[in-house]
Design a binder for this molecule. Sequence first.
Ligand SMILES: [Zn+2]
Length: 159
Amino acid sequence: MRRLFIIILIISTQSCTSQTKKETTNKDSFLVNKTNAEWKQILSPMAYYVLRESGTEKAFSSPLNNNKEKGTYVCTACKAPLFKSVYKFDSGTGWPSFDREIEGHVAFTKDGSPDFYGIEEHCANCGGHLGHVFNDGPKTTTGKRHCINGAALDFIPKP
Ligand SMILES: [Zn+2]
């Protein structure tokens, strides 16, 4: 009988441990969490490559590069608003460029590489990779150039 009790105790302790672990993982990561398989189902291959594998689309490949309409650029994975059209400028690089993000919606990671390579930026809501920010943006405004993959963005025109 006692042995049975110990076995039950061990089993319940283990299940508690795994439960705690799960909660910690959720807290440490993003509001929107999906497995790679789940992301693959909802994202285009290019969006998956950029957002989930930190890839870079070909310059001048995104129709959003030349988009001059008024509206908001949202994360194509989780639809969180990331950039506003008023802060978009033509950098000539071939990627949609902004002089600032919507504050709090974009997170930055310095990965130890030289400033020349920029600081990596990702969606603060789902963690999807967006692009990099450089210090050679318009001097009349922020001096920042957020160089963003169009495949990571959806455009919502202003009504
Ligand atoms: Zn997102």
